[in-house]
Unconditional design. Structure first.
Length: 146
C-alpha cells in the first residue's frame, strides 16, 4: 500500500471577524485536532504561577517546548508573509514576530481551543441525551421479537 502524508482538515478564521481580536489576519487551524494535543495544551495553559514555582528550570523549558509543539499542531498557516507554523521552532518565531502585536497568536490559540471545547461539550451533552433516551426502559424491537 502506498503511504501518503496526513493532511488535516482545516478551518480558516479571521481574527477580527471570527474571533474577538483586533487583527485582520486569516489563520488556518486544524479543524479537529487530536484529543491528546488539545488536552496537553489545556494542561500547559492551566499551569498556575504557583505551580511553576515548584518546577525546575529544565521543567519550565520543557513545558514551553510542549506548548509550541501543541501550537504548531493546531495552527496550520496564516496569510502573513514569512509566518510559518510547520515546526515548534518556527511557531515560536511566529509568536515572537515583531510585526505582530505581542500575544496575538497566543490569544487566537486560547480562543480557538475554547471554541473546540464548547463544541465538545455540546456533542457530549447530545450523546448523553441520546444514551438516556436509549436507556429509557422501553423494550427494543429486537427484545420484543425474541
Amino acid at each position: 500500500m502506498n503511504k501518503k502524508e496526513f493532511k488535516p482538515n482545516v478551518t480558516t478564521l479571521n481574527l477580527r471577524d471570527d474571533l474577538p481580536l483586533d487583527q485582520d489576519i486569516n489563520v488556518e487551524f486544524w479543524k479537529d485536532p487530536s484529543r491528546e494535543v488539545v488536552f496537553d495544551l489545556l494542561r500547559i495553559m492551566g499551569t498556575t504561577p504557583g505551580e511553576l514555582d515548584d518546577f525546575t528550570a529544565d521543567e519550565i523549558l520543557n513545558l514551553d517546548d510542549q506548548y509550541f509543539e501543541c501550537a504548531s499542531l493546531i495552527f496550520v498557516d496564516c496569510d502573513i508573509k514569512d509566518i510559518d507554523f510547520s515546526t515548534p521552532d518556527s511557531t515560536r518565531e511566529a509568536f515572537d514576530d515583531k510585526r505582530i502585536p505581542w500575544g496575538t497568536f497566543h490569544n487566537a490559540l486560547l480562543l480557538y481551543v475554547g471554541k473546540l471545547m464548547e463544541e465538545y461539550e455540546v456533542l457530549k451533552n447530545a450523546l448523553r441525551r441520546v444514551k438516556s433516551l436509549s436507556d429509557s426502559g422501553e423494550p427494543s424491537n429486537k427484545t420484543e421479537s425474541e
